[in-house]
Write a protein that binds this ligand. Structure first.
Ligand code: AMP
Length: 557
């Protein structure tokens, strides 16, 4: 049985490595040495800072507040003392380690932690519901902290908060598995894109090798990574590259993947979260109007009086957990299906788009809330332009240009789907801090600090603050939301755990010595919360640099 001490020592070693090649080499050595399948599953999942795959409905449900409380009881140190350390180190994991170190001299020998015990405790915590669940969770946490060494507490805390800070992303895990069992990394990648569970991929790789991974198939109720689109370089270019182009509207909504089979219906968001309960009317209509045993890809759109409502409304629908029926009336939504990934016990992703379309049309009967996205094949640029303008006029984002003979490539942002959009450039940035407002906004967090990724180091670097573009209602909502993830406060300012992405517009990018990345946004303006994006999909310093270059070129003309 794998000791958590061994796992933690390994994490410490990883923290000191910055080369991705070396990280993959070390992880492959580590995972190949794990004998037990469950230990392997859990270790790979934990290394990615997850307890469950993203699509799993279970969650441990331990936030910063519970951790502070458990640490206070386990160590006798006040929350303020622990917060002071967080302020110094910027990391609750290190703070937990330090407060436990001070305490440890006096504690007696207790049962050592194993990966297996953590799994059992996490599973039992995630099954708790009801009023007393918080108390029970705190008790379980205290037990864990009492058993943990200071170093183990560092990683236990980070794991619970979903942030291991090891610089280990999906690419590194993929390469480690490939290397450990001598498998082509493309095969590992594909297995991951259709299972979204690296733990399972590692176990299959260990026991059945490359052949086993190749045999992994798309399964109902386990989401497939969604195919993504690139920005189009124009209609003529698309015709040049594809010959014939399949043109659809680019709907202004949010992506969903609907699994319907075995009497069960599951809806996943673009981030692969299970949003079935939030969209009951869509679930009901699909049950009635779609042939069973399918996986469909589409966009949900909030519609009122024949026009799409702002995207923000859909996210409110997605997030809603209680009194969903009220929201169903307030924000009516429909779904536009445009693809099919699985039908009648077989994958369809390798079939050409045109064939998938035919299957889609035969499986779905359009209804009040269910549509099949209109789809025209043409090589006439005027016709494409006409469809694009119709979409904009109807309040949507533009058009999608798809290659009619292409396969569905899960998780890929390739050249077979191109998006034609209007409007100015915006940036998707991570919200890393905030500040309480003044006067009548003093009860609201009214300014938000933004950061992008430095691709070279993997660090977040700040590029500005946004305080305009919000409605009062949005500020109320964000204040509630961000209050839950405050790492620490200092005066009116606070830092947040990097969990959310804002899309922001700006007037100009400037060079600025004030920020470590060297760039700052001038007049940033909030556009929307990108709740459909993970933090690691935020924009990079490289993109900001290239937008800066492009902008200075423009101003020279
Ligand atoms: P973006 O998020 O700007 O990269 O654009 C890609 C997104 O457009 C997809 O993830 C879908 O959510 C959305 N979309 C809207 N209409 C379509 C369509 N007809 N085909 C594919 N994606 C669409």
């Amino acid at each position: 049985m794998l000791k958590f001490r061994k796992f933690s020592e390994f994490c410490l070693l990883l923290e000191k490595i910055s080369s991705t090649l070396e990280l993959a080499a070390k992880i492959s050595e580590f995972i190949i040495s794990i004998e037990d399948d469950e230990d392997l599953y859990n270790s790979v999942t934990f290394l990615m800072g997850r307890v469950y795959p993203p699509w799993d409905e279970r969650e441990v449900g331990v936030g910063i507040g519970l951790i502070y409380e458990a640490l206070r009881i386990a160590t006798g140190k006040s929350r303020a003392e622990t917060e002071d350390i967080v302020r110094d180190t910027g990391d609750i994991g290190l703070a937990a380690e330090r407060v436990l170190k001070d305490k440890k001299q006096t504690s007696l020998f207790v049962e050592e932690l194993t990966i297996d015990r953590l799994r059992r405790v996490f599973d039992s915590m995630s099954s708790l519901t009801g009023e007393r669940s918080q108390k029970k969770k705190i008790r379980s946490l205290i037990d864990l902290y009492i058993s943990a060494s200071p170093l183990e507490s560092r990683y236990l805390t980070r794991l619970l908060l979903g942030e291991m800070r090891l610089g280990v992303g999906e690419g590194i895990i993929r390469d480690s598995i490939a290397r450990a069992w001598n498998i082509n990394s493309g095969v590992v990648e594909r297995a991951y894109m259709i299972t979204n569970d690296f733990g399972r991929v590692a176990v299959v790789a260990k026991n059945e090798g490359e052949e086993g991974l190749k045999k992994l198939k798309i399964r109902l109720h386990i989401p497939v990574r969604m195919m993504l689109a690139q920005l189009s370089e124009g209609i003529d270019r698309a015709i040049q590259e594809m010959g014939k182009v399949a043109v659809e509207w680019k709907f202004d909504g949010s992506r969903v993947q609907v699994h319907w089979g075995d009497g069960k219906l599951t809806i996943f968001s673009r981030r692969l979260e299970n949003v079935t309960k939030a969209l009951p009317e869509i679930a009901e209509d699909v049950r009635k109007n779609v042939r069973e045993d399918v996986i469909l890809d589409g966009e949900v759109v909030a519609m009122k009086d024949g026009r799409p409502m702002p995207f923000q409304h859909i996210l409110r629908r997605f997030r809603r957990k209680h009194e969903v029926s009220k929201m169903v009336e307030k924000i009516p939504i429909i779904v536009q299906f445009f693809d099919i990934l699985y039908e009648d016990g077989r994958e369809t992703i390798d079939l050409p788009l045109e064939e998938r379309r035919r299957i889609l049309e035969s499986a779905v009967k359009p209804s009040e809330r269910i549509r099949i996205a209109k789809h025209v094949i043409t090589s006439n640029p005027d016709e494409i332009n006409k469809i694009y303008n119709e979409a904009l006029k109807a309040g949507h984002e533009g058009a999608m240009l798809k290659n009619p003979v292409s396969a569905y490539t899960p998780g890929k942002r390739g050249k077979n789907w191109l998006k034609l959009k209007a409007g100015v450039e915006t940036l998707d940035l991570v919200v890393v801090g905030g500040e309480w407002g003044e006067g009548k906004r003093s009860h609201l967090i009214s300014s938000y600090e933004l950061a992008c990724f430095d691709q070279e180091t993997g660090n977040l670097v700040k590029v500005g603050k946004v305080a305009t573009g919000f409605t009062d209602e949005q500020l109320e909502e964000f204040t509630e939301m961000f209050k839950q993830i405050v790492e620490f406060e200092e005066g009116k300012k606070m830092t947040f755990m990097p969990k959310n992405v804002f899309e922001v517009g700006y007037q100009e990018i400037q060079k600025s010595p004030k920020y470590e990345g060297g760039y700052a946004l001038r007049f940033p303006r909030f556009v929307r919360l990108r709740d459909d994006k993970d933090v690691d999909e935020a924009d990079t310093l490289e993109r900001i640099a290239s937008l800066y270059e492009a902008q200075s070129k423009d101003s020279r003309i």
